[in-house]
Design a protein around this ligand. Structure first.
Ligand code: CAA
Length: 258
């Protein structure tokens, strides 16, 4: 992939790895990051050889939030007319599984970016928070919605209103984080999870992600109906025949319809 200014994008086997790379600003998320991340995610989404994607930052910071220096002079009209931060929707619109590997600070937009991913693997050093209130603003990339869905109203209110940080253990207990690992294991753990996902039926993986994400949007009855239709449709795939034949024949499946 072409060279980016604010991140590194490389393929590790059938996994796309994106590393935020603005160390001088603790990976603060400016418009260049937004553009380049959307572009690299779209490229991996379109790349048949990629089955899953890992998004990470540095040891010190996944991302310390939206870029305060870029935001400082923005007027309401500029923000509104230009749909400021609207472009970040592209991250949540990624169709392939996207794993956030979080070490250090994931604050403000950094926490919100991690929450746009499908699940978060955190290093023991991870610190999550929505400190926007300390700057005279509120979360603007989904924090009030995704954090509340992830950890419930009580803890979301605590974090959004006080601006305090929560460590990896509290975040895992609260349901924000899927796994905690030692700092030196973080990237390997995320890459191994992504590589495993990439071995499964591509259609089943995309439908699994779609079905789980619908739970945020639909009523239970509609969600169950949607899940059942997706489930039933997988019986039209070669991968379902292969997966079940492999089980019966006591061998490893070889999923082909990518
Ligand atoms: N935007 C721009 N620059 C940032 C930044 C941010 N969000 N976070 C850190 N930086 C810069 C600092 O300005 C500093 O740059 P200089 O060396 O040029 O001064 C550099 O990164 C290193 O930061 P610190 O010296 O502050 O590092 P530290 O280890 O002392 O503190 C920190 C780390 C606690 C994370 C602290 O940097 C901090 O509080 N950052 C801001 C966190 C924040 O408020 N995030 C929310 C932003 S608003 C938002 O995200 C809105 C939204 O919902 C989308």
């Amino acid at each position: 992939m072409e060279h980016f200014e604010t991140l590194l994008a490389e393929k590790r086997g059938n996994v796309g790895l994106i590393t935020l790379n603005r160390p001088q600003a603790l990976n603060a998320l400016n418009s260049a990051v937004m553009r380049e991340l959307a572009e690299s995610l779209a490229a991996y989404d379109a790349d048949e050889a990629v089955g899953a994607i890992v998004l990470t930052g540095s040891e010190k910071a996944f991302a310390a939030g939206a870029d305060i220096k870029e935001m400082q002079p923005v007027s309401f009209v500029e923000a509104y007319v230009g749909d400021f931060l609207g472009g970040w929707e592209a991250v949540a619109a990624t169709r392939k599984p996207l794993i956030a590997a979080v070490s250090g600070y994931a604050l403000g937009g950094g926490c919100e970016l991690a929450m746009m991913c499908d699940f978060i693997i955190a290093s023991e050093t991870a610190k999550f928070g929505q400190p926007e209130i300390t700057l005279g603003i509120i979360p603007g990339m989904g924090g009030s919605q995704r954090l509340t869905r992830a950890v419930g109203k009580a803890k979301a209110m605590d974090l959004v209103l006080t601006g305090r940080m929560m460590g990896a253990e509290e975040a895992e207990k609260a349901g924000l984080v899927a796994r905690i690992v030692a700092p030196e294991r973080l990237l390997d753990e995320a890459l191994e999870a992504a590589a495993k996902i990439a071995t499964f039926s591509r259609a089943a993986v995309l439908m699994a992600k779609e079905a789980v994400n619908r739970s945020d949007e639909l009523t239970l009855a509609e969600g169950l109906r949607q899940e059942r239709r997706l489930f039933q449709s997988l019986f039209a795939t070669e991968d379902q025949k292969e997966g079940m034949a492999a089980f019966v024949e006591k061998r490893k499946p070889n999923f082909g319809n990518r």
